[in-house]
Design a binder for this molecule. Structure first.
Ligand SMILES: NC(=O)c1ccc[n+]([C@@H]2O[C@H](COP(=O)([O-])OP(=O)(O)OC[C@H]3O[C@@H](n4cnc5c(N)ncnc54)[C@H](OP(=O)(O)O)[C@@H]3O)[C@@H](O)[C@H]2O)c1
Length: 328
């Protein structure tokens, strides 16, 4: 049998366990030109909250009563496809389910010499690519730049911060709680802001007296406004995400956007999929930095597909500490 997580209803606000149904279904069989993958890890990502909504943003919302869209990593267990053989480690958007049939499109081989399978959903996968290209291509960091990263203890934020350090920036991060803030200092961040207890504006003034050359935003809302008010001349603001807003019916828009004018600054969005053809370059570079101890990677593993809704909610309460994956 195949265990699957289906989107059962669309949340209005916070996610609830009744938004999903977990079913045992017939084992799928691959046709000619297809493979059967046994997923070992399912990635839990903030974007899933948007995918649960009706309508289309950069991708269409997941249809009700179909398998929840998810990146997953696993092993090929049957192959009728010339490019794949039994035992290959692969990852792709194969859904929140134990077994998936695929025609091989958008399924990537995982080179386990570069890192264990689950890492290919994290630092060597989509979130790592987001950090790498979001920083390098959108923020264009220069030696000596001061960068502020919101959501800094997450997989994207902590990777951005560590790359920025390697590239010679002064790095400030915000996160919720003492433990996450201490972790960022251990990773080499120059300063941290606990957004749950500190006044953001006062903290930014203290830690960045010459203001911010780059703001890499994962959170949105009030953090975005505080950072906009603190931009240096020619600053680059990268809008990667706005997790503080995903459960809201209405997004909080920036009030301080006119600061972009006085600072002659720019604000750009990033969608990681636009860099798909360049992923191999980033995977090699990130794995090199990891191998040489220039970067660290932290995972948070939750056991069992039946805990899908609980795990997804952890991203919104901050209960995850590291890249969140479900072990199937
Ligand atoms: N544009 C793209 O292509 C792309 C691709 C991947 C990810 N993203 C975005 O990147 C961001 C980070 O994703 P991730 O995978 O690295 O997740 P993550 O940071 O590992 O996990 C989410 C974290 O967000 C923080 N958070 C939740 N609610 C918050 C709130 N109201 N205010 C402040 N912080 C809050 C929590 O940390 P604390 O405990 O510190 O609060 C939580 O641990 C998300 O916005 C995501 O949508 C964008």
């Amino acid at each position: 049998m195949n265990q699957q997580v289906l989107l059962h209803k669309r949340p209005q606000g916070n996610i609830s366990s009744t938004d999903f149904s977990v079913l045992q279904t017939e084992m799928p069989t691959p046709a000619d030109g297809e493979i059967l993958i046994k997923n070992e890890y399912v990635s839990i990502d903030p974007a899933m909250r948007g995918w649960m909504n009706e309508g289309t943003t950069y991708v269409a919302g997941v249809a009700l009563n179909t398998v929840m869209r998810a990146f997953a990593a696993g092993t090929v267990v049957q192959s009728n496809h010339p490019k794949f053989k039994i035992g290959d480690a692969v990852q792709g958007l194969t859904g929140a389910q134990e077994f998936a049939v695929s025609n091989g499109q958008n399924i990537d081989a995982c080179n386990l010499a570069l890192g264990p399978l689950s890492w290919h959903l994290g630092i060597l996968g989509m979130p790592g690519m987001t950090a790498y290209f979001g920083l390098i291509e959108r923020a264009k960091p220069q030696i000596g730049d001061t960068i502020f990263i919101s959501g800094a203890a997450g997989i994207v934020g902590s990777t951005v911060g560590q790359i920025a350090k390697i590239l010679g920036c002064r790095v400030i991060g915000s996160a919720g709680g003492e433990e996450k803030c201490q972790h960022l200092l251990n990773l080499g961040f120059d300063a941290v802001i606990d957004y749950k207890t500190e006044n953001l504006t006062a903290a930014l003034t203290r830690h960045a007296p010459d203001k911010l050359n780059i703001f890499f935003d994962n959170v949105g809302g009030e953090i975005l406004d505080a950072a906009l008010a603190h931009l240096a001349w020619g600053a680059r603001v990268v809008i990667c995400g706005a997790i503080s807003q995903y459960n809201n019916q209405q997004f909080y828009g920036p009030k301080n956007y006119m600061k972009l004018v006085s600072a002659r600054a720019s604000m750009n969005g990033i969608i990681v999929f636009d860099f798909k053809e360049r992923y191999p370059e980033a995977v090699v570079q990130l794995s090199e930095w990891l191998k040489h101890g220039q970067m660290q990677y932290k995972e948070h593993v939750v056991q069992g597909l039946d805990r899908f809704a609980e795990a997804l909610n952890m991203l919104f309460t901050g209960a995850n500490f590291g890249k969140l994956v479900l072990k199937v």
